[in-house]
Write a protein of this length. Sequence first.
Length: 162
Amino acid sequence: MTSANTSPLLPVIRPPDKFRFSSLPFVGGATPFHMLLAVLLLGFFATFLIWPIFNVVVSGFTTRDGAFTVEYLKLVLTNPVYLRGLMNATIIAVLTTTLTLIIALPLAILSVRFDFPGRGIMGGLALVPMILPPFVGAVGMRLVLSRFGPLTQLLDTLGFGP
């Protein structure tokens, strides 16, 4: 007779007996310095990210004298060039999201549930899209600012060179 292995595949994490804010990450153990830093960061992002976007949206629905209008929206939605651009952007966004989901979801499930050769390499390759843009930017800056780069050549022709 054989015996079945009934141990769970993933570790079982039991919830705390009593809910406390300290059981949540970064809430109960936050020092006043951390709270001040969080408030400053939220203020920074609200000022330089949310406020300009809010102003653009508000200006799209107000006239020069400050009255509410939907004429600008009507102009955009009746122009066939703008509509085609909106449709193209929407189609590209939906198809890209769908294709990414079709590729990434099975790979994520395989990566979490199974131990297979090349799992570490696959995890490292998943980080490439986050690492590549700064790397390309650094290579471009090196090219522009190098000894024989375009900026150095321009400054040299203007008489600012050695």
